[in-house]
Design a protein around this ligand. Sequence first.
Ligand SMILES: Cc1cc2nc3c(=O)[nH]c(=O)nc-3n(C[C@H](O)[C@H](O)[C@H](O)COP(=O)(O)OP(=O)(O)OC[C@H]3O[C@@H](n4cnc5c(N)ncnc54)[C@H](O)[C@@H]3O)c2cc1C
Ligand code: FES
Length: 354
Amino acid sequence: MSPMLADLEDADRPAEEGAAVRRVTLLGGDTSFEVEPGESILAAALRANIHLAHDCKSGTCATCRFRIVEGAVAYVEEPMGLLPEEAAEGYGLACQARPLSDIVAEAEVRPALIAEPERHTAIVRHVGPLSDEVMHLVLEVPEEVASTYRPGQYLNVVVGDGKVRSFSMASPPNGRTVDLHIRRIAGGQFTSNRLPGLTPGEELEVELPHGMFFLRADDFRPLLMLATGTGLAPIKSILQSLLDDPDCPPVTLYRGARTEADLYLDDEIRSWADRLADFRYVPVLSRPHPGSAHRTGYVQDAAAEDIEDFSEYGIYLCGSPTMVGAAKSLFIARGASINHIYADSFLFQHNLGR
Ligand SMILES: Cc1cc2nc3c(=O)[nH]c(=O)nc-3n(C[C@H](O)[C@H](O)[C@H](O)COP(=O)(O)OP(=O)(O)OC[C@H]3O[C@@H](n4cnc5c(N)ncnc54)[C@H](O)[C@@H]3O)c2cc1C
Ligand code: FES
């Protein structure tokens, strides 16, 4: 049976297909586990102590994307994080997919090298503006924590009632502090109500490290990176970790911002050209001042103007969910391999119920 996307609610499937226990076997090993009726593949894997890669658990971040080699799955609701092109190529999202048959799948298991997230008390060391809308927050965290995350990962700030807000580490691991770039959201519980009043020495509860957006060092392709807004943060952490590395592949960074004023740290980014063997930096403004000397438009369109064939790149996308979705569709249509696109969508926490 070929992979399919279906709506469980308008099918008579539950009585027949959905009501049976199904077995999922992971390709390339002898790992398999059972999925109870109504259970998602991710939930069943975690219950069996198999740590499939995942993040939001709500069908939006696409971290749990897996390839269906044999069998078919269905969804209660079509997940936001799965493009029709990806579903057509046999990909699914494990946190939402319910098996309709036994499944053979290729899925990313959380690498053993990735540290498990833990809660820590962080001390505020600096709060200051990077631009009109973006604040720089520097937190001191225990040494082992500030050394062990992977560039590109994020942390959660606990804001009360067990709710958290996610922010990517903008600095590579240095054993002392982590830098965050935080856009102020009007009415935002943390970014507007708490952040501006923070002072050095104050404590914040944080959980880290989180996320599967990090450099895949075994993917030797030239790096094509697109960042919008504070999506620059994890890209900065990754690229700073590659400075002076003779094995660093060629890097092209397209950076999307609205106006010139939003291009914070522009000079610092340009200076990386001295320490990366082959680095191209292209800022792209969506609302430029009249007569701007910068590229204008949307960042994914600028990349598509410059690059005809995306098949040779390892592609890293970070920032607004709109950019991430549009860039994926555009680049896949021009030959990008789904297996070599890594993305981090900056979703809004309250929509995730976190
Ligand atoms: C993995 C991950 C990493 C992230 N990294 C960063 C980062 O490095 N820097 C950063 O600035 N943000 C980042 N974000 C986004 C950030 O977590 C959210 O913007 C967060 O909700 C802000 O918290 P808040 O309490 O201020 O606002 P909330 O109280 O959560 O939201 C208040 C209102 O603003 C809306 N809103 C929230 N965020 C946004 C937004 N980004 N754009 C438009 N409207 C919004 C909400 O829908 C809500 O109506 C990341 C998100 C994820 C999932
Ligand atoms: S964990 Fe499945 S889409 Fe985010």
